[in-house]
Design a protein around this ligand. Sequence first.
Ligand SMILES: O=C(O)c1cc(C(=O)O)c2c(n1)C(=O)C(=O)c1cc(C(=O)O)[nH]c1-2
Ligand SMILES: [Ca+2]
Length: 679
Amino acid sequence: QSPAKGSPEHIKAVTSAVDGALIKANTATSQDWPTIGLDYAETRFSKLNQINADNVKKLGLAWSYPLESSRGVEATPVVVDGIMYQTASWSVVHAIDARTGKQLWTFDPKVDREKGYKGCCDVVNRGVALWKGKVYFGAYDGRLFALDAATGKVVWEKDTIASKEHSYTITGAPRVFNGKVVIGNGGAEFGARGYVTAYDAETGNQAWRWFTVPGDPSKPFEDESMAAAAKTWDPAGKYWINGGGGTVWDTITFDPDLNLVYIGTGNGSPWNQKIRSPSGGDNLYLSSIVALNADTGKYAWHYQETPGDHWDYTATQPMILADINIDGAPRKVILHAPKNGFFFVIDRTNGKFISAKNFVDVNWATGYDANGRPIEIKEARSDEAYDSIPGPAGAHNWHPMSFNPQTGLVYIPAQGVPTNLTPEKTFKHNAVEPGKFASATGWNIGFMLNATPPKNPAFGRLVAWDPVKQKEAWRVEHVAPWNGGTLTTAGNLVFQGTADGRFVAYNATTGEKLWESPTGSGVVAAASTYMLDGKQYVSIAVGWGGVIGQWIRATELQSPGTVYTFAIDGKAPLPAFVKYQTEGLLKGVKYDPKDIPEGTAIYVAACAACHSVPGVDNGGNIRNLGYVAAESITNLKDIVFNGPFRDRGMPDFTGKLKEEDIPKLQAFIQGTADAIRPK
Ligand SMILES: O=C(O)c1cc(C(=O)O)c2c(n1)C(=O)C(=O)c1cc(C(=O)O)[nH]c1-2
Ligand SMILES: [Ca+2]
């Protein structure tokens, strides 16, 4: 007799079977969704077609599940044989019965809620990896966990942080293959040196580590790839103090055919190359795709998408492995749409450039030459303020794209978040403090507090891109940037959640909208789909947040994190939605206008990272202080000191701010609200 569905014995049996063979076999059927990207190729293309362009209008809610989180939710639901694993903010893991939406277990790694400021971009997590009865995930504070998939009990945990001098976090999902679990780290907005580490999946013992950028050149290099890279950096910039950057904070892709791991590396630290490496240079291996031997972690090849990064142009965006015909010949390629706005096709056997074409307007390069070098526009490296397009939020951020081999199209969550970059005159290495955003940029950033606001419009767009023709096939304009990742299916569908709180199905060939459901909050994650008892389901985890979602929102609804699962003729009622609380523009806090200049400086250093500029927007998932009740600002002292809201992520500023700073902050916050109040 087989154990009851959802019992620990059943979960153990089901998840113990998850290994490379299962992931490959599932690629042929798409019954389950065993890794965040569906398969090793990360196509996010499901072969299921029970739900299709003809019947998708009958889609209804099958169940919803509360994630009990109020910050960003970025993970794709992973599903095997009716068991779903999902992460929420603060790296909390949920095991859910995928038939009913009932909770099986949860695990909270208990990340210190006061340490939210250690990362740039919200206390998010992009999901789990499943392997032989264990669930792997990274906690925001840098610990890697292996949990018993049946019970949620810890099997092992490992601190992955190489140096406590830098501000490392984990937001990405681990990648598991051949008994190894690989994870990277975030932190290059605060000074960090990127690396990836492989651990033995059974024991947690370290198998290998590869740094992405060279360390202090007066010390021995870790390997030949670091010695080679150091030649492309100017030691006058003392880049190693600030880590150099190149963090691997999202994509880690395994290629079973070539036994390679592809990592996407991040931006430089500091961003501003004139500080980091004053005489220029490519600064390897920033903003690159790097292939490593999967067994040893040894460098195999690299392709650098943005040589000498200057604009936070990370290459960490999810990759898709595809075998496609180019000029009549089959090629093994990587498809990639990094922040810098170009769509890349790279030969993954050797890292050779095949083609690149901009998928949005860009103003830093006119294109790529035959050798795969960008043809830069000179002003993009000028010493003047510059509206870089794309801005540091990227033309495409971490929100996963998908590739449908039937249409031949890649579905990219593209965007424009205009940002002005003005060189910072007073850069200090490693000035990481609570609330100080991007202390390792070397720019004054125009969406924060800066005299130079950007002039270009913001946009959000679903782009269907033909990677062979390097050409857009169709597009859908959204109301705002920062929309969800995409899922595509053999039912000729593309699913995407939106910043304004909808989950939408489009015709994959034409882009025609076929169906939508409200989601009660902006969506940033990507959906997954699976088959259970002969019935196809589509699941999306909703929770507004991530770097842009911390500061702005595009719907008046801001419901807590929820997993929604849809099926044909689903009849479950949507849960009650929650409206964003705003007290209107702040009024009535007493202040002395003479305190505003000093208050501005303190606010920039201590508050702006999370609370943005008062009155800029009325807030994302962290309250904008221009739109709170006057008492909150009048009683600011009681909130800033002794940490009463620690559990919500508000650090205790005792010893970091002084009592006499409080009236200055009040002057800045109320003064800004008064300045923008319509006359
Ligand atoms: O340089 C880094 O180490 C790093 C880390 C992260 C992160 O870990 O979330 C992001 C970024 N950079 C980044 O540039 C970025 O735009 C970004 C967006 C998000 C997000 O989750 O919304 N994370 C990150
Ligand atoms: Ca970054």
